[in-house]
Design a protein around this ligand. Sequence first.
Ligand SMILES: Cc1cc2nc3c(=O)[nH]c(=O)nc-3n(C[C@H](O)[C@H](O)[C@H](O)COP(=O)(O)OP(=O)(O)OC[C@H]3O[C@@H](n4cnc5c(N)ncnc54)[C@H](O)[C@@H]3O)c2cc1C
Length: 362
Amino acid sequence: MIDWLMEKHGVEFELVTGFLYPGHSRLRMHGPKSRTGADLEQALLAAVSNAGIDLITGASVEDIYADASGRVVGVRCRRSDGATEDLGCQALILACCGFAGDAQMVRQYITEIADAECCGHLSNTGDAVRWGTALGAATADMGAYQGHGSVAHPHSLPLTWAVITKGGILVNTNGQRFSNEMRGYSEHGAEVAAQPDHIAWDIFGAPGHEAAEGFYDYRELRKLGAVKMADTLEALSEVTGLPLSYLKAEFSAIEEAISAGKPDRFGRNFAENDVLKPPFYAVKVNGALFHTQGGLVIDDQARVLRKGGEPLPNLFAGGGAARGVSGDSNYGYLSGNGLLTATTFGRLAGISAARIAEAADA
Ligand SMILES: Cc1cc2nc3c(=O)[nH]c(=O)nc-3n(C[C@H](O)[C@H](O)[C@H](O)COP(=O)(O)OP(=O)(O)OC[C@H]3O[C@@H](n4cnc5c(N)ncnc54)[C@H](O)[C@@H]3O)c2cc1C
């Protein structure tokens, strides 16, 4: 997928090096130089434009229409000036993600994250699930989602989990750790949201800071004053307002676990060079919901399947609109699974839909 986007469509990616994402055993993550979604989106838009494909971005689809056999014949959309328009189609791909922007659906399917901030696109309100099920489509894994336990508060910018994998920790506003942070950032969306005031602090040292410097969002957070620095634990307590006695206790507990060569009380194995040394860095964060991964069941051609398993005639889905590959909960989300399903399912859906359109034009 990465090769195809780079070689055929001129989208620039580089391998993210310097740290491993939680659960990864090899360097696999690719992203634009800045590591931002905005740059990736711009590159994809340019590729669409270079391919001569018409794209309407200022309209919202309100409904889809199908004949008695379930064949989709068109959509109704509303332009930004309020005008509605009906567009016919030979095939339809649902690429409108999941339901993270619909508070009611989130509460219904994933109660544990319902009180967390939604950091995904707020227009992702479950339309694919609604339209698909109205046509008899099956859904699955509705409890799956990508959470994040490290979104700078109140700035709403993600702080890379590299600060954790490089020895950093999370403490709540009492100055106490509450989990094995190495389980991953998705699991920590709900963990952090469950802490007092839904808040935690990321505390890390120079290795975490250096790894994070490669991320545009982190550099922005520094400019915004979100990254606090301290040379002693006393100063760290002062800049964060975290109780010194608890901070000291947590730092000692980690050092004891390291010198005993044992996992800590949460089961985290700290490496010897993970001992947090000054200068200390701290960022206040909250737990967030990024996107949902449960959705319409599709096959290997990205065809949306009915409850009985047979495909609908010309309806396809990819990305968060379709059931993903993360299982039915938050802990199945492995870094990259979001864009993986968006790009690979999307490509499969494009190939399948093009086949139908070409046959109709022939
Ligand atoms: C802050 C953040 C960081 C992330 N970082 C990573 C990462 O590092 N790696 C990774 O793999 N994944 C990451 N993800 C997840 C990744 O962004 C998503 O998995 C991916 O964007 C989903 O793609 P999609 O095309 O299904 O939906 P989206 O990219 O969300 O796009 C859906 C689009 O559909 C539009 N839409 C919705 N309803 C309608 C309608 N009725 N009519 C018209 N348009 C509609 C929305 O406005 C939106 O533009 C991150 C997500 C967030 C929020």
